[in-house]
Design a binder for this molecule. Structure first.
Ligand SMILES: O=C1O[C@H](COP(=O)(O)O)[C@@H](O)[C@H](O)[C@H]1O
Length: 240
C-alpha cells in the first residue's frame, strides 16, 4: 500500500500512529509486540515522536521486544551504529526493559553472531508460522534495504534468517535480516522521503523487476502487509 505525504514530518506522524496501533493490537492478541527497527536517517523523526507524549504513553513498552533489520558491524559507541542512533533518539527515553532489546552487535565474529541472532529470533518466535509483528525499513538511494545491497550474495539467500558479510565498497561487515525472513513479517513499513530517493523509488515500485539491482524489490511478504510511506518529493516520478 502506497501512502504519499506532504513531507517527512507528516509521514513520520503517520508512521508513529501505525507503530502505536500495531503494538497495541499485538499486545491485545498475544501479550507482546516484536518489532525490528531500521537504521539510517529515515527513522529519526519517527523515533523522536515515539519518545514523546502522546505516542510514548500509548505504546506498551513493557511488552515490546526490539530487534534490528540490519547493522553496520561497529561497536555500539561508534557514530555509524544503527543501534546507537536508536538508543539516543528513542530507546533511552522509553520504559522498554533492557533485556528485551537485541542490538545486532557483539564482540564476536559477525558470521557467528548472525547465527546467534537467528537463534534468538527462532526462540523468540517459536512455532509461529509468521515472523515479527512489524519491520521498519528504509531504502537507500541505490535501492538497497536493510543491508541487502545491489549485487551481493545475500540477495540469493533462501533459508537463513540472518546473514553477515563483508561489504567491499564500504570496507566493513554488515549484518542483516534476509529477504525470506523479512517476508514472514505481519507488517512491513518502508519510510522513504526526499528527492534523492525519487529514482530508486520509481525503479523499485514501477520499474522492471530486477532485485539484483534494486534489492528492495525482494520485499514481498507472504501473508503480511507492506506499507510504503513516502513524501511528495520521493514520489515525484510515480504514476500515483
Ligand atoms: O545503511 C543503511 O542505509 C539504509 C538507508 O538509510 P537512509 O539514511 O537513506 O534512511 C537504512 O535503511 C539501513 O538500515 C542502513 O544500515
Amino acid at each position: 500500500m502506497l501512502h504519499i505525504f506532504k513531507d517527512a514530518q507528516e509521514l513520520s506522524k503517520a508512521a508513529a500512529e501505525l507503530f502505536v496501533k500495531t503494538a497495541q493490537k499485538a499486545v491485545q492478541e498475544k501479550g507482546r509486540f516484536s518489532v525490528a527497527l531500521t537504521g539510517g536517517s529515515s527513522p529519526v523523526q519517527l523515533h523522536q515522536l515515539l519518545a514523546q507524549s502522546p505516542y510514548k504513553d500509548q505504546v506498551p513498552w513493557e511488552q515490546t521486544y526490539i530487534f534490528w533489520g540490519d547493522e553496520r558491524w561497529v561497536p555500539l559507541t561508534d557514530e555509524k551504529s544503527n543501534a546507537k542512533m536508536a538508543l539516543e533518539t528513542l530507546l533511552n527515553y522509553v520504559p522498554v526493559p533492557e533485556n528485551q532489546i537485541y542490538p545486532m552487535w557483539d564482540e564476536q565474529e559477525p558470521e557467528a553472531y548472525a547465527r546467534h541472532y537467528e537463534e534468538i529470533l527462532r526462540n523468540h518466535l517459536m512455532e509461529s508460522a509468521l515472523g515479527l509483528d512489524l519491520i521498519l525499513l528504509g531504502m537507500g538511494d541505490d535501492g538497497h534495504t536493510a543491508s541487502l545491497f545491489p549485487g551481493t550474495d545475500v540477495l540469493q539467500e533462501k533459508t537463513k534468517w540472518v546473514d553477515a558479510y563483508y561489504l567491499e565498497p564500504q570496507q566493513m561487515h554488515r549484518i542483516t535480516l534476509t529477504a525470506p525472513f523479512i517476508n514472514l513479517a505481519k507488517k512491513i513499513l518502508f519510510l522513504s522521503f526526499g528527492e534523492k530517493k525519487a529514482d530508486a523509488l520509481y525503479e523499485v515500485l514501477e520499474g522492471e523487476r530486477n532485485p539484483e539491482k534494486f534489492p528492495a524489490q525482494l520485499i514481498r511478504p507472504q501473508q503480511g502487509e507492506t506499507y510504503w510511506f513516502v513524501d511528495e518529493a520521493a514520489a515525484k516520478r510515480l504514476k500515483k
